[in-house]
Design a protein around this ligand. Structure first.
Ligand code: HEM
Length: 509
């Protein structure tokens, strides 16, 4: 009894001490980040800052939207608070120069949180690494994905586009065709052919491993990427060990992908050591695959590090280009004069050359403008990375103290009127820099700095070729009109909720 009565008295000084410590920490943090208090901020919860709004946005699959809405409301530089301040920018030139300069001089590094989230998909991967661990990975893959490296795969990419075209030609006339799933199949087949040597045509045998099953592979990738987004805004890695449905889905997705890839990985590693039995098992397509080349030339790669890297390539190479193609189809339908100009460009190339080759591809720069204009307005990979200041630095006259974070709204940036006059106009000509005095507008949709997209050239080649085939063979209109490009959500990437259904009309030549 005496003990019980004495307890509060005993704990009192400790409790007061803890409160004082917390108070002091809060005060010190406020002092450290004082310079950011003068910038506009969205309304905050007194204790949790903006965490509830952000978690709600991720749950509704609209993280990109809340950042964009805040940038419209608060201007091109604002701060949100999640225990620490995050400075959000939405001017493309400023975003680009800050990332390039900051990562070069070391004042900005990628946040541990987003790196942990990347590396927890399946294991350590290029996009989740920095320094030497990133360098050897990137060096190994760079030649394959360079402009000339990718051009070697043009025939395969073209074959995949022709296959999608045949699927469209077989669709029942007059019925709406959802384009997004077809583009997902296209891009997954392309990246699987290039990286793993799986034939584009599913009816062709592939002795090295199981066939590519589009839907289950896609579902497994979606589980992993949605988890990335949750972790990037604060979900803890240990939650994957809790007996929840989300954890079960996560482990099932990992197992599925590992089973799909295991035999091809093993074979590539056997080929690395010149095993003649392995050579007999490997088709020419497999022997030419990036997996075999990378395994042969980069001894750092083991089975454990190659597996997550290949999953990364499949994820990075699929939805990004697929959704971009869907949005391009949508915007073309909504802008008849752009549609006609794009179609006339394609007709000219086909009339002169019969087919698209490396040489005639150069004549499709207007279509490349269509893709870039689409990315400007629907920057699909919005919000995949954030950076952290390692020391006090200045970003456009704002002092960014050490420990503060930097993020950007690519949707906001894509509509910056200074960088892109008449930002709401879908105008591919703004990207045609030939014969022009003014420099090309900034393009941050493939990222900035050292981690800029590895697959940029492949994405441009693939989407240009696919659009060319579509424009050559079809006219189309949107089943749901403008709402198709307005009703958007985000898994890891931004996608059209209705899957972009169109009515196709065949053209006669
Ligand atoms: C329209 C299509 C695409 C868009 C908009 C896009 C966008 C991006 C962005 C913004 C980043 C930088 C992320 C960061 O800074 O952390 C990135 C990185 C990356 N992208 Fe893409 N991407 C596209 C297509 C592809 C394709 C087809 C591949 C093929 C494998 C690919 C592979 C990668 C890889 C591996 C990285 C990480 C690079 C590194 O960390 O060094 N991407 N992409």
């Amino acid at each position: 009894m005496t003990q019980l009565l004495g307890a509060p008295l005993y704990w009192l000084p400790l409790g007061l001490g803890a409160i004082a410590l917390l108070g002091w920490q809060r005060w010190a943090k406020q002092q450290r980040f004082k310079s950011l208090r003068s910038l506009p901020s969205p309304p905050q919860h007194w204790l949790l800052g903006n965490i509830p709004q952000l978690l709600g946005a991720v749950k509704n699959r609209q993280l990109f939207q809340i950042l964009f809405d805040w940038s419209k409301e608060l201007g091109p530089k604002y701060v949100y608070w999640v225990g620490y301040p995050v400075l959000v920018l939405s001017q493309p030139k400023l975003i680009d120069s800050t990332i390039v300069q900051g990562t070069r001089d070391g004042s900005l590094v990628r946040t541990g949180q987003s790196q942990r989230a990347w590396n927890d998909l399946m294991g350590p991967i290029m996009i989740g690494q920095d320094g030497p661990e990133w360098q050897w990975r990137r060096k190994a893959w760079n030649p394959e994905f360079s402009s000339s490296g990718v051009s070697h795969y043009m025939t395969l990419v073209d074959q995949a586009c022709q296959q999608t075209l045949a699927q469209l030609q077989a669709a029942p006339p007059g019925e709406p065709v959802p384009m997004d799933p077809l583009f997902v199949e296209l891009t997954m087949r392309v990246i699987a052919a290039l990286v793993l040597g799986i034939p584009i045509d599913p009816s062709q045998p592939s002795s090295e491993g199981p066939p590519l099953e589009i839907e289950p592979t896609y579902n497994a990738m979606a589980v992993l990427t949605y988890r990335f987004l949750r972790m990037a805004v604060g979900e803890k890695a240990w939650r994957k060990y809790l007996p929840t449905q989300a954890s079960k889905d996560y482990w099932a997705a990992r197992r599925y992908l590992e089973n799909c890839l295991r035999s091809r990985l093993d074979l590539a590693l056997e080929l690395r050591y010149g095993d003649p039995a392995a050579l007999e098992k490997a088709s020419p397509l497999f022997q030419q695959s990036m997996l075999v080349k990378i395994a042969a030339k980069e001894p750092h790669y083991s089975r454990a590090t190659l597996l997550p890297e290949i999953v990364e390539m499949l994820i990075a190479g699929t939805d990004t280009t697929a959704h971009t193609l869907s949005f391009a189809v949508g915007e073309l339908a909504l802008n008849p004069s752009v549609f006609q100009k794009a179609q006339a460009t394609v007709d000219r190339v086909f009339d002169h050359h019969d087919a698209i080759t490396l040489a005639s591809f150069k004549e499709l720069s207007y279509l490349q403008g269509v893709v870039k204009e689409t990315l400007r307005l629907y920057s699909v990979a919005s919000g995949t990375t954030s950076l952290q200041a390692t020391r006090d630095m200045v970003v456009d006259d704002v002092k960014l103290p050490a420990g503060a974070r930097l993020f950007w709204s690519t949707l906001g940036a894509g509509r910056d009127p200074e960088a892109y006059p008449q930002p709401d106009k879908f105008w591919p000509d703004r990207w045609l820099t030939e014969d022009r005095q003014t420099p090309a507008p900034p393009m941050i949709d493939f990222g900035s700095g050292p981690h800029r997209c590895l697959g940029e050239h492949l994405a441009m080649l693939e989407s240009t070729l696919m659009l060319a085939q579509l424009l050559r063979h079809f006219d189309w209109e949107l089943v749901n009109g403008r709402s198709s490009v307005e009703n958007l959500k985000q898994n890891l990437l931004i996608y059209p909720v209705d899957r972009m259904p169109v009515y196709l009309q065949r053209r006669s030549h």
